[in-house]
Design a protein around this ligand. Structure first.
Ligand code: GLU
Length: 305
C-alpha cells in the first residue's frame, strides 16, 4: 500500500510520527511516537511515518534506519510506506516558486548581524533584487494574530509580525525549512491530527499561516508535555539523552505510558509489546495526559532500568 498522497482509505483520522534522523530514538521521542500512535489507533485511524531527512548536515549516519528499527522493536508499526522528505524536493521547490510568484514570499540577503539589530525579527523591508542565488526565501507574515485551541495546552495565539517576523522557508544554502516541508507533507499525506511534543507549540502559528497562504487544510493539533532533565532542558540528542535499549522495549513502553498518565496493563499483560499496545489502545485517554508543557524526567525514576 502506498500512502504518499492523501490515501483512499475510509479512515477519517490520519495521524503521523515525523522524526528527524539526527540521532537514535530516546525516551522523549518514544513518548511522542506512542501518543500519536495511540490517539490514531484508539480512533481506528491510520498512523503514518515520515522521515524528516531534509537537513543533511544535521543528520547522523545510520540514524534513519535505527529509528525505523527501534519503532518496530516496540511494536509501533506504521501504515503504508515511509515518506522520505529527501525525495520531495521538487514539491517544496514548486511551493516556494508559487509563493514567490504570488508575492507571498520574497528573497532576502540579510545577514545575522543585521537581524540581530532587530531582535532577530525580520520585517519585509529588504526584498533583495535579482540575481537570486545565495539568497534565503522568507514568507512575508501578515499582521493578523494566529491561534488555535490545543486540548492539552489551551489556547495559543501569536502575533507573527511582532513575535516571529518574516520567516525562512528556503535557506541561503538552498535547503528547505522544516516549517514549509512539514506543512506540505501533512497536506500531501492527508494528516487530520498532529500529536507531537510541546517544543513545537511555537511553530504551529507559522504552520497555520503557511496553510492559509497555500490554501491547504489545517489539521487538529495536540501538543503533549515534553520530558525535561533536572535543569529543565528538553531531553534530546543535544542534551545527550541515551538511545533507547530495544531489548527493554516493554519497559520503555510502560515508562512512556506512565509518563502519559495512562493506566498500565496488569502484570500478566506486560510480557510483550503487542499485548501492552493492545491494552493501551483500548484504555487510551487523551484527556488524562497531563495538561502542561514539560515534566521532569525524575517522574520515571521508580521504573527500574
Ligand atoms: N521532525 C520534527 C522533530 O523531530 C517533528 C516535526 C513534527 O512533528 O511536526 O522534532
Amino acid at each position: 500500500m502506498t500512502l504518499h498522497s492523501a490515501p483512499n482509505s475510509a479512515a477519517t483520522y490520519i495521524g503521523r510520527f515525523a522524526p528527524s534522523p539526527t540521532g537514535p530514538l530516546h525516551i522523549g521521542s518514544l513518548i511522542a511516537a506512542l501518543a500519536s500512535y495511540l490517539d490514531a489507533k484508539a480512533q481506528q485511524g491510520l498512523w503514518l511515518l515520515r522521515m524528516e531527512d531534509l537537513d543533511p548536515p544535521r543528520e547522523q549516519a545510520g540514524a534513519a534506519q535505527s529509528i525505523l528499527h527501534c519503532l518496530q522493536s516496540h511494536g509501533l508499526h506504521w501504515d503504508g510506506e515511509v515518506l522520505w522528505q529527501s525525495q520531495q524536493q521538487q514539491r517544496y521547490q514548486n511551493a516556494v516558486a508559487q509563493l514567490l510568484a504570488e508575492d507571498k514570499a520574497f528573497y532576502c540577503r540579510c545577514s545575522r548581524s543585521q537581524l540581530a539589530a532587530q531582535r532577530g525579527i525580520h520585517r519585509g523591508n529588504c526584498q533583495a533584487q535579482a540575481p537570486y542565488s545565495h539568497c534565503a526565501v522568507r514568507l512575508a507574515v501578515t499582521e493578523q494574530t494566529l491561534g488555535f485551541d490545543d486540548p492539552l495546552q489551551g489556547r495559543l495565539q501569536q502575533a507573527l509580525a511582532s513575535e516571529v517576523g518574516d520567516f525562512v522557508i528556503q535557506r541561503k544554502d538552498q535547503l528547505f525549512a522544516y516549517q514549509l516541508a512539514v506543512v506540505l507533507d501533512d497536506a500531501l499525506q492527508g494528516v487530520s491530527h498532529v500529536v507531537r511534543g510541546s517544543d513545537l507549540l511555537d511553530s504551529t502559528p507559522r504552520q497555520l499561516l503557511l496553510q492559509q497562504q497555500l490554501a491547504l487544510a489545517t489539521p487538529k493539533y495536540v501538543h503533549i508535555p515534553i520530558i525535561a532533565n533536572s535543569v529543565g532542558d528538553k531531553l534530546s540528542k543535544q542534551t545527550f539523552a541515551p538511545a533507547l535499549a530495544t531489548q527493554q522495549a516493554c519497559l520503555n513502553l510502560l515508562k512512556a505510558l506512565f509518563f502519559l498518565n495512562q493506566p498500565l496493563p496488569p502484570k500478566t499483560q506486560q510480557q510483550n509489546c503487542q499485548q501492552i499496545l493492545h491494552w493501551a489502545i483500548a484504555h487510551w485517554s487523551l484527556a488524562a495526559v497531563p495538561h502542561c508543557s514539560a515534566i521532569d524526567e525524575i517522574c520515571l525514576q521508580h521504573f527500574a532500568s
